[in-house]
Design a protein. Structure first.
Length: 351
């Protein structure tokens, strides 16, 4: 979702006869159809030019596999720059590898900070930003974070949010998932739940407590719960789930955003989802104590509610009482971030 608008913008610029060329490298960190393949197809991404095939494993195992494979690629087929997106293991591993080979690094979605060092993503994004040459941000807050860490303003570019580029480009292509009619779902008639943070899902007892709290607070509404692979194994250890919990497989992009758009509310521990709910105007309750996307709370539809049952219940009381904030869309979340990034890269690499 983050790379597709950039690829499209690069394709447009190459079509205009410009000299900037590129290749798409898939590390293999996300390798199953539900978590990767379907997204390529639905978002119109071309097949990767290079597949590194890193696969699964511990953080260290996966990082090492990506770094080794990417080092071989850059050694045998050098590049003028390396562009990485987001805050996953691939982002950090490729950024470090490129800089050690004296290849400049551009980081898209730079400057996000939660302050929670227990999150692997917080480590990934801080390390990536520390080694990047050029930092593309989604908000003024992200830029301020980078400046506070001593990064020169000349290397920071406020471009907007490529996740929102993908969202806006596909709103007229959304389609209901296969279970939409069998489950008798309808607009505003269900709550959407997603959970994948280690702190929320790795302990089956904690996960069970959280799911039961959400089910209770949803009242009579069904809770549609697309189950992340990380979460699935832990759910098997829970003897009994509440009757209004509807477990479904991970959904392709178009089906998932359909679920988001028409939900009565979204409860999640995802950061990116809070951005999409803000643009769609859907109430969002983040089941965490911190967020790296404060603009979704300050001006969007998101609120941090924590993970305690009493906190969730207090928030849903306001939700069902019609007292949830309306929110507005942050600056430059306008569907043009990919084009801004491509134009800046063109200028930087032509200098």
């Amino acid at each position: 979702m983050k790379i597709a608008p950039i690829v499209k913008a690069l394709q447009e610029r190459c079509g205009d006869g410009r000299t900037l060329s590129w290749r798409l490298v898939h590390t293999g960190q996300h390798y199953d159809a539900a978590m990767s393949g379907d997204f390529f197809t639905q978002l119109g991404l071309p097949a990767p030019d290079v597949e590194l095939g890193a696969g699964s494993g511990s953080h260290a195992t996966q990082t090492a596999a990506i770094m080794t494979a990417y080092e071989d690629l850059l050694t045998n087929a050098p590049a003028a720059a390396c562009l990485v997106v987001g805050d996953v293991t691939s982002t950090m591993a490729c950024a470090i590898t490129a800089r050690k080979l004296a290849v400049p690094v551009a980081h898209v979605e730079a400057g996000l900070r939660s302050g929670d060092w227990s999150m692997p993503e917080e480590i990934n994004r801080r390390v990536t930003d520390a080694v990047s040459n050029w930092l593309f941000t989604t908000s003024e807050t992200a830029g301020a974070n980078l400046s506070a860490e001593g990064i020169e303003s000349s290397r920071i570019f406020f471009v907007g949010n490529t996740m929102i580029d993908s969202l806006l480009a596909n709103l007229d292509r959304l389609r209901p998932p296969e279970f939409w009619q069998p489950m008798e779902l309808g607009p505003g008639g269900y709550v959407l739940l997603t959970l994948h943070r280690p702190a929320n899902v790795d302990d089956p007892d904690r996960l069970a407590c959280l799911v039961r709290a959400v089910a209770h607070c949803a009242r009579d509404l069904p809770v549609v719960f697309p189950v992340h692979p990380r979460t699935e194994s832990k759910l098997r250890e829970i003897s009994r789930l509440p009757g209004n919990i509807r477990l479904v497989p991970p959904q392709p992009y178009l089906e998932f955003i359909h679920l988001v758009k028409y939900a009565f509310a979204v409860l999640t521990d995802s950061g990116g989802l809070t951005e999409e709910t803000t643009v769609l105007g859907v109430p969002c309750l983040t089941l965490r104590a911190t967020t790296e996307r404060p603009e979704t709370v300050e001006i969007g539809t998101n609120e941090l509610v924590g993970t305690e049952p009493a906190e969730i219940e207090a928030a849903t009381e306001r939700l069902f009482g019609g007292r949830w904030k309306r929110g507005r869309i942050p600056d430059k979340w306008d569907g043009q971030a990919g084009r801004r990034i491509a134009a800046i890269l063109d200028n930087l690499l032509a200098a």
